[in-house]
Design a protein around this ligand. Structure first.
Ligand code: ADP
Length: 238
């Protein structure tokens, strides 16, 4: 498998607070990585660094540009449910903003842009919501709209930060199933979650973070690892 991102000796502090210590790992093409760990363990900081939102980290992050093109990381942020029914944007408009980073100069959408929006809405089964205002949608529908916005530019990596914390368990399962389908169609996924139990049947790898990497490997090895037994007080290995 080709590595898409190689991270070596990454360190980051907020002032005196050491948040990431000596982080090294690779993201391979087709991976579905669950990034887990306690509150404050550096998960969000790590993905902000990968997205280029935090720039003053130390260490190396190498993107493999042979397989990763410009705009090829899609991001679904953490969110609560938006209840403002008067918020003026429609689903179609919000999803189209996922194409903005491809544009230079005046930012007008073309016919082709809107047909890409339609294709993405179709794929995520929300084409019927196209002209609805985002504030009128349920939490699960809003989450799919944010996923559509991240997917419309056809990214090869999708990074999601606890995307389902505001959703009912049933809707959450549906959301994870969609991610699994995207992963089967070759989208590499990095999914931050504080709840291993809810993602374990979907992910192929676990990165367990507690400022440093406690574990990185397959979910199966994770379940049997001694490092994790120390954390959870159980050891299911032989
Ligand atoms: P997680 O996503 O695992 O909950 P975070 O990456 O959000 O962890 O936070 C890691 C640590 O960095 C925590 O101690 C948090 O308080 C601190 N932190 C996060 N964001 C900031 C910030 N903007 N300024 C200062 N400290 C921060």
């Amino acid at each position: 498998m080709n590595n898409m991102i190689t991270i070596r000796n990454l360190n980051f502090n907020y002032g005196k607070n050491e948040v990431l210590k000596n982080i090294s790992f690779e993201v391979a093409e087709g991976d579905y990585i669950g990034i887990v760990g306690p509150n404050g363990s550096g998960k969000t900081t790590l993905i902000k660094i990968l997205l280029g939102l935090i720039k003053n980290s130390k260490g190396q992050i190498k993107f493999n540009h042979d397989i990763l093109e410009k705009n090829s990381i899609g991001y679904v942020p953490q969110k609560g449910v938006m209840n403002d029914r008067l918020f003026p944007a429609t689903v179609k408009e919000i999803v189209a903003t996922g194409l903005l980073s491809e544009k230079t100069g005046f930012k007008f959408y073309s016919k082709d842009d809107y047909s890409r929006v339609d294709i993405t809405l179709n794929k995520l089964n929300i084409e019927n919501l196209k002209d609805k205002k985002i504030g009128n949608l349920s939490g699960g529908q809003q989450q799919r709209v944010l996923l559509a916005r991240a997917m419309v530019a056809n990214p090869s990596i999708l990074i999601l930060d606890e995307p389902t914390s505001a959703l009912d368990p049933e809707i959450r399962e549906e959301f994870y199933s969609i991610l699994k389908e995207l992963n089967e169609e070759d989208v590499t996924i990095m999914l931050v979650s504080h709840d291993i139990a809810s993602i374990e049947k979907y992910v192929s790898k676990i990165l367990y973070l507690d400022k440093k990497i406690i574990f990185y490997g397959s979910y199966n090895d994770f379940r049997h690892s001694k490092a994790m037994a120390k954390y959870f007080g159980i050891y299911t290995g032989e």
